[in-house]
Design a protein around this ligand. Structure first.
Ligand SMILES: Cc1cc2nc3c(=O)[nH]c(=O)nc-3n(C[C@H](O)[C@H](O)[C@H](O)COP(=O)(O)OP(=O)(O)OC[C@H]3O[C@@H](n4cnc5c(N)ncnc54)[C@H](O)[C@@H]3O)c2cc1C
Length: 286
């Protein structure tokens, strides 16, 4: 459990971080909260020769409302997201997903941007960001661009981030006060075996549009588009109907299997978690 030796550098600005990434190429890795990267280094699953610590970079931490929506700096910790009254009012599902991450230490060190950039197949916040149709602000050698959540999560541990890119912020363009997160946690690690994030748009007491994202089942979080379509037009007080329509939330997805949970179980739990998230979100709408 001792990592291979590495050089430790700090960046004071996004530009400096990008410059260091360019200088050191494949040898280098960015460090945020260190709560995914350092365990991987200790297990020698990652062996960067250079770590570039982002924690002194100004302007990459905090939560603010702008013309683009609610902007959350990539270095904002899970705990800060979970405790934010702005996030809880704007999109309670993201605050719930952040509060569901690991334990107190993990939540106070790990960051929202780190969780997104790491792209674990079973992570809480990426599902919430996918359901909330978040935008990811990425700074790279050729400037700043934004990438939609549906294009950001590419595969297990793979995102739209290029080798010299820094994820600087996550933007929630639209408020979803009627939203909720449901999670079946692994009893030891608390990682989601399966989690479901639901954001509802409600009009006149009925669901106008549902956005449901599932984590832990496939190699990336995915939208349960089949269920989303069925829920449109259903009154938010019709709990039985909403629950029954959450069947086959993982339709068409190749489910993962491991020693703790087989593919069939994960697929079944996707329906259960989707129903819990939808019912909780509908309750908030009422
Ligand atoms: C005991 C334990 C339990 C945990 N339980 C859970 C859980 O229940 N649910 C859950 O979702 N997660 C869980 N985690 C993971 C935790 O959420 C991590 O904090 C998170 O996955 C990574 O965030 P970080 O800031 O620690 O990133 P780091 O570990 O520092 O970095 C992770 C990766 O992202 C890259 N990166 C980081 N920031 C940026 C950036 N701004 N731009 C570009 N690349 C970047 C790094 O180079 C690295 O490759 C757990 C971790 C531990 C140790």
């Amino acid at each position: 459990m001792i990592p291979a030796s590495f050089d430790y550098l700090t960046a004071d600005s996004v530009e400096q971080a990008i410059g260091l990434l360019k200088q050191h190429g494949d040898e280098a890795k960015l460090l945020a909260g260190g709560h995914s990267l350092l365990p991987m280094m200790k297990l020698r699953l990652a062996r960067p020769n250079v770590l570039i610590d982002l924690r002194n970079v100004a302007g990459m931490r905090g939560i603010k409302t702008t013309a683009r929506g609610l902007e959350i700096g990539a270095l904002t910790t899970h705990a800060a997201v979970a405790q934010s009254t702005e996030v809880s009012a704007y999109a309670p599902l993201l605050a719930e997903a952040a509060a569901a991450v690991g334990d107190v230490q993990v939540r106070h060190c790990g960051t929202l941007g780190g969780s997104a950039a790491h792209a674990d197949a079973a992570a809480d916040e990426p599902a919430a960001l996918l359901a909330l149709e978040a935008q990811f602000e990425i700074a790279g050698a050729s400037g700043v661009r934004t990438v939609a959540a549906r294009d950001f999560f590419v595969d297990m541990f793979t995102t739209a981030l290029g080798p010299n890119d820094v994820l600087t912020a996550v933007i929630l363009p639209r408020a979803f006060p009627a939203s909720a997160y449901a999670k079946l946690p692994h009893p030891a690690s608390h990682y989601p075996v399966v989690g479901a994030a639901c954001a509802l748009a409600v009009s006149g007491g009925s669901i106008e549009g549902a956005r449901i994202a599932i984590t832990g089942v496939g190699s990336v979080p995915f939208r349960a588009t089949h269920v989303e379509g069925l829920l449109a037009g259903i009154p938010v007080h019709d709990r039985k109907k909403m629950e029954s329509l959450c069947a086959e939330a993982a339709r068409g997805v190749e489910a993962r299997s491991d020693a703790y949970a087989g593919a069939e179980y994960r697929v079944a739990m996707a329906d259960v978690m989707a129903a819990r998230a939808v019912l909780a979100a509908a309750e908030r709408a009422r």
